[in-house]
Design a protein around this ligand. Structure first.
Ligand SMILES: Nc1nc2c(ncn2[C@@H]2O[C@H](COP(=O)(O)OP(=O)(O)OP(=O)(O)O)[C@@H](O)[C@H]2O)c(=O)[nH]1
Length: 312
């Protein structure tokens, strides 16, 4: 367990994002009235913070409808931003839950190389272990030996079994073995790593389709979840990755990582607003405890740089 409480890590993680929002808003607060020009500037500042045009427009409308008799303060705007972001994030905040039946539940994890997929798989496994579920990993990214090796290291570190195969082997064979082993041993969750070769979209699509066919023969409901891992530092590019992976992989939910390394964390809100896909968890660091189920209000307040409710 990390020494630092989660809320502090969350706020630390979003600090660059909320500072950027503050920088973008600075200078707007000397004005006595909230006129059209100031509203326009605030809207632009929000767009520049990666929150997306639709979100920026919502905040603008809300600010325009408020009466600021005692003047406009930065804290006041941050509060309104936090409230509006929470409204956008709340409907998509969905923990990754395990149904009672059938077991194993199969979670395919997809995303481009370097997005934090391997680390996220380990973190998700850790979250499931905390809930007393049995977890099995499957190293389905057989394209690169390094990917297999890295997942093995994580499996050992967190103490979960793993199915691997040779580099260049058939990922669907590994998935098949994974389901067989999980079924025979009564393991609750099978988490499958997949290749992230977007540069070969057709190849990746075929590979994922084959994994699905194999899974479907063993358990018609599988995969129960297809989780796309997105790297927040890629900003708006993360949005186009959603588009592509929806098409190639039938994504059912998102995990956004590396929110600690970027001022572009606002893209989390843009993703929620634009795609409405469930957001299961967010990553704010490299440690095993740095991924937590997604709490919309906490995240909204951290992005907006407003004090957390528990601190108010
Ligand atoms: N700061 C930070 N780093 C992260 C986070 N998640 C993952 N990382 C780091 O990002 C790098 C890439 O993560 P991996 O898990 O290896 O990513 P991957 O998508 O499996 O990448 P490949 O192995 O290249 O396919 C590693 O150095 C991780 O430690 C996060 O939430 N915050």
């Amino acid at each position: 367990m990390s020494e630092t409480p989660w809320l502090e890590r969350l706020r630390g993680g979003f600090k660059k994002t909320s500072d950027r929002l503050g920088d973008n808003l600075t200078g707007l607060f000397t004005k006595a009235v909230l006129d059209e020009a100031t509203l326009d500037e605030i809207e632009e500042a929000l767009i520049a913070s990666d929150l997306g045009p639709a979100t920026a427009a919502k905040v603008r409308d809300r600010l325009a409808s408020e009466r600021y008799e005692r003047g406009l303060t930065e804290a006041g705007v941050r509060e309104v931003v936090a409230e509006e972001l929470a409204k956008i994030l709340a409907p998509v905040a969905t923990p990754l839950e395990i149904d009672a039946f059938p077991r194993p539940q199969v979670i395919l994890v997809v995303g481009v190389n370097g997005s934090g997929k391997t680390t996220t798989i380990a973190k998700l496994a850790h979250l499931f272990l905390e809930q007393d579920y049995g977890v099995l990993l499957a190293a389905g990214d057989t394209f690169r030996a390094a990917a297999i090796g890295q997942l093995k290291v994580w499996a050992e570190r967190i103490g979960v079994p793993i199915i691997t195969g040779p580099e260049g082997g058939d990922p669907s064979a590994i998935v098949f073995d994974g389901v067989k082993k999980a079924t025979a041993e009564g393991i609750d969750v099978l988490i499958v790593d997949t290749a992230g070769r977007l540069q070969n979209k057709k190849g990746l699509m075929d590979e994922l389709a084959k994994i699905r066919r194999v899974l479907g023969r063993l358990n018609p409901a599988a995969p129960h979840n297809v989780v796309l891992v997105l790297d927040a530092t890629t900003g708006q590019n993360a949005l186009s990755q959603i588009e592509v992976f929806k098409e190639v992989a039938g994504v059912t939910g998102l995990v956004m990582t590396k929110l600690d390394g970027t001022a572009r964390g606002g893209v989390l809100v843009a993703a929620a607003e634009q795609y409405g896909l469930p957001i299961h968890a967010i990553g704010v660091g490299e440690g095993i405890d740095d991924l937590r189920p997604f709490d919309p209000e906490e995240a909204a307040r951290a992005i907006a740089g407003a004090p957390q409710k528990s601190e108010a």
